[in-house]
Design a binder for this molecule. Sequence first.
Ligand code: PMP
Ligand code: GLN
Length: 387
Amino acid sequence: LNGQTAALPTTIFTVMSALAQQHGAINLGQGFPDTEGPAHLVEAAAAALRDGRNQYAPLTGLPELREAVARSNARFYGLDIDPASEVVVTSGATEALAASFAALLNPGDEVIVIEPAFDTYLPVIRLLGATPRLVRLNLHDWSLPRDELAAAFGPKTKAILLNSPMNPTGKVFTQEELSFIAGLVQEHDTYAICDEVYEHLVFDARHTPLMTLPGMRERCVRIGSAGKSFSFTGWKVGYITAPRALASVIAKTHQNLTFATAPNLQRAVAIGLDQDTGYFTELSQGMRLRRDILAAGLSDLGFGVLPSDGTYFLTADIRPLGAATRPGEDDVAWCKRATVEAGVTLIPVSAFYDPAGGPAPSHFVRFAFCKQPAVLEEAILRLRNWV
Ligand code: PMP
Ligand code: GLN
């Protein structure tokens, strides 16, 4: 057995979803929408199955999807991408991340990861024999500690993992922060792996891919996900945009991880990417409404709600709740009690911190608001009766 892998806990999303099910709780934990994505995309996927799209897709993805990815990059970000050599379709962003790490990293390399961090990054980096260098966002407002970030770059740095809009914080990195990061990447002659799965879920700011900043076109691997952009998290279709030299190596890791991705889903995602801009605007506006409902309700109950400018998550400090927390109780214990006693499931934010970086903050919880407004209202009501 691989001891490192065997020692990993089961992911917090699975643990909390199982607990939610066991107690019949409203699941605001694992991030998946409770409303289906566009019906015409489901129809397109079903029709493609009937059309005989049931054998292996091409290694780097169906040409029609790669072309749609390139068009989407041009439409939203002004990027000029060659669909033949600069796009790789993967089985979800999860595979895209693993394929990108495997393409870039040699044993002994360092990757800078900003915490709180989505839970697949560190295990894959370590499995490849590379070392994560952890930099923690400031706790009061999730701002970037620039001096610490600059100090983390060194001769062994191969890449930085940048997740913006960011899970679990809902942070959208500011233009100034992006420029600062781009400066460091260039100064140290490194790469950026950009997890941009929530690119179309931004509320108060615009999403800017790091790849669009001066000097960054050749240094970035940009990752998107149909699960997030079309509300089909079960489809697991991801897409990578990268300069040819990187994309060609990523294609080789992808060929050995999964080789190809379901062709009928790829066809539907191509149609999804080509939808009117109105679709994407509605998607983010609907999510913004849900954020506002949840943020207002939680603030009213006394939670210390932190701003969320994107994703479908927001974080809240439970300390101001006073009596609703027990002495010595951490975020994990509190989230379990909220599931059992209040019937509302959340995710403890400490799960997004690695113990190697020192004790994690234990007073933040993450709420997923990608649920129907009535469900969010019911969750607030349940919490009101409990806190
Ligand atoms: N990155 C982040 C930040 C995510 O939240 C998710 C969602 N699970 C993923 C990557 C993985 O996306 P996918 O479901 O397309 O594999
Ligand atoms: N990205 C989702 C979340 O953060 C779920 C990921 C998963 O279940 N692996 O909740």
